[in-house]
Ligand binder design. Structure first.
Ligand SMILES: [Zn+2]
Length: 277
């Protein structure tokens, strides 16, 4: 549904934060991001606070056509049940699609069974598949290396192609799946960690700033937006980190902020090194 609050094609950040300590402290919000793609509205990764952040920004869940969960971790999924209820008005306006990896519905499901009945369809995401939401399509090109099943997303609209690299450990060949004009990338760590590093008994399966630099050089997109910051990136001031990456790579790199709205039309005339806000 068209929304006069939103540009024709935009991404609104319902939080620039991610990972557990950021989620517990809410120095940055953790509500995921909201796409408006020529009137088709899609919510990706409704972490804790998604309902608060979206209503505060006058984004109406009942206008959503779909909710996509990249994976079942709490910082991506905690508000999925309430957001489906809000999208469907508690089932009184049953509509929309919910996209999830299979393990979000299996043992310890993060989507309650009654909520699954409120949408038109629940679609299971798998590696190398393509999905549609009205006139919008997206693919899940590769399974990431993460403790649970998860996929990044590549969206195609009539005018733009953009990619979202969600949580993963870096692996060779990762970048090549995510070509597009815009790269939206989750970066939890400032410094690189190795598979042998453990954090409270859990593997460090997240990207770091050096990984992101590597990916940007390989992909050379028009614009990169960093998001899903853990504490170490937040302490280093994400906008300074982004500026440094811009200088190092020659690609315009932005740091997301809570509530930031990015108009995809800006991609059409970006020259390397040009300011985009
Ligand atoms: Zn995760």
């Amino acid at each position: 549904m068209k929304d006069e609050n939103l540009p024709n094609e935009s991404i609104t950040f319902l939080g620039a934060g991610g990972a557990r300590f950021m989620m517990y402290n809410q120095f940055l919000a953790t509500g995921g991001f909201w796409l408006n793609l020529d009137g088709t509205q899609i919510l990706v990764d409704p972490g804790p606070g998604s309902i608060v952040q979206s209503t505060k920004r006058k984004l109406k869940a009942e206008n959503l056509s779909a909710i996509i969960l990249s994976h079942r971790h709490l910082d991506h999924s905690a508000d999925v049940n309430i957001m489906v209820e809000a999208m469907t008005q508690g089932g009184f306006n049953r509509h929309g699609k919910l996209f999830v990896p299979a393990d979000a519905l299996e043992t310890d499901p993060v989507v309650f069974p009654y909520v699954r009945k409120l949408v038109d369809s629940v679609e299971i995401m798998e590696e190398g598949k393509s999905y549609s939401i009205g006139d919008i399509s997206f693919t899940t090109p590769v399974r990431h290396i993460h403790p649970v099943e998860t996929y990044g997303l590549v969206f195609s609209t009539a005018e733009h192609t953009f990619s979202h690299i969600t949580d993963t450990r870096y692996f060779d060949g990762l970048a090549k799946y995510y070509r597009g004009e815009l790269l939206l990338i989750n970066v939890v760590f400032l410094e690189r960690h190795f598979p042998a590093d453990f954090n409270y008994g859990l593997p460090m399966d997240h990207l770091s700033i050096p990984d992101v630099e590597h990916i940007i050089r390989e992909l050379n997109p028009r614009v990169v937006i960093l998001t899903h910051f853990g504490m170490s990136v937040w302490r280093a001031k994400p906008w300074l980190v982004a500026e440094r990456l811009s200088q190092q790579t020659g690609v315009r790199v932005l740091a997301s902020q809570d509530g930031m709205k990015f108009d995809l039309a800006k991609l059409d005339n970006v020259q390397v090194g040009e300011e985009v806000n």
